[in-house]
Design a protein around this ligand. Structure first.
Ligand code: 5GP
Length: 188
């Protein structure tokens, strides 16, 4: 069995609901583990350090880059985001399925390092719905929302880079679709 097949990378524009979809999938299939990313953005209300992200200062993040502890990282909307190596390698080594929820540049970099991983792009039902969800979340300024919407359009244009794309019209249905894609890949 190729261990890279256990690596699942999920991307999608901010507000497409990818975190909810992945959470539902993990609730139903607890054998799947999520990689906790590091970031220099501030925690949103309710977010916990070490659970949602490792919230780091810019200095601490740059130190990790320098020490070679980041598998990949990007500068996204003026913040650093990255996958610590420790979140992925030890799990793949023991054959645990690990999910990375990251943006497109990071996903492309992971695919270069792990060509047999599976890249899945989560689409919002429409751009109008995406805008509605971002506004409804109420966590970002209008300027930050506009930045995210612009970035979303750019990301959607890159969805051909992905092995599969799925529409998040319903989080549970979408979670099932992703799980069955993963199962098929593991059986190949
Ligand atoms: P948010 O600020 O909404 O939590 O995340 C912003 C974007 O950064 C999302 O598209 C999210 O998937 C992406 N992201 C989160 N963690 C990582 C990471 O470790 N690496 C990369 N490349 N992107 C990430």
């Amino acid at each position: 069995m190729n261990k890279q097949r256990h690596l699942l990378v999920v991307s999608g524009p901010s507000g497409a609901g990818k975190d909810t979809v992945v959470r539902r999938m993990m609730e139903k299939y607890p054998e799947i583990e999520i990689s906790v990313s590091a970031t220099t953005r501030l925690p949103r209300e309710g977010e916990k350090d070490g659970v949602d992200y490792y919230f780091l200062s810019v200095d601490a993040f740059e130190e990790k880059i320098q020490r070679g502890e980041m598998l990949e990282y990007v500068h996204y909307c003026d913040r650093y985001y990255g996958t610590p190596k420790s979140e992925v390698d030890r799990r793949l080594e023991v054959g645990t399925t690990v999910v990375l929820v990251i943006e497109v540049i990071g996903a492309a970099n992971i695919k270069k390092m792990y060509p047999d991983c599976t890249l899945i792009f989560i689409m919002p039902p429409s751009l109008e719905e995406l805008s509605r969800r971002l506004h409804g979340r109420g966590t970002e300024s209008e300027e930050a929302i506009q930045k995210r919407l612009l970035r979303a359009k750019e990301e959607i244009e890159k969805k051909e880079l992905y092995d599969f794309s799925v529409v998040n019209d319903d989080a549970d249905r979408c979670a099932e679709e992703i799980y069955s894609i993963l199962q098929k890949r593991l059986e190949e």
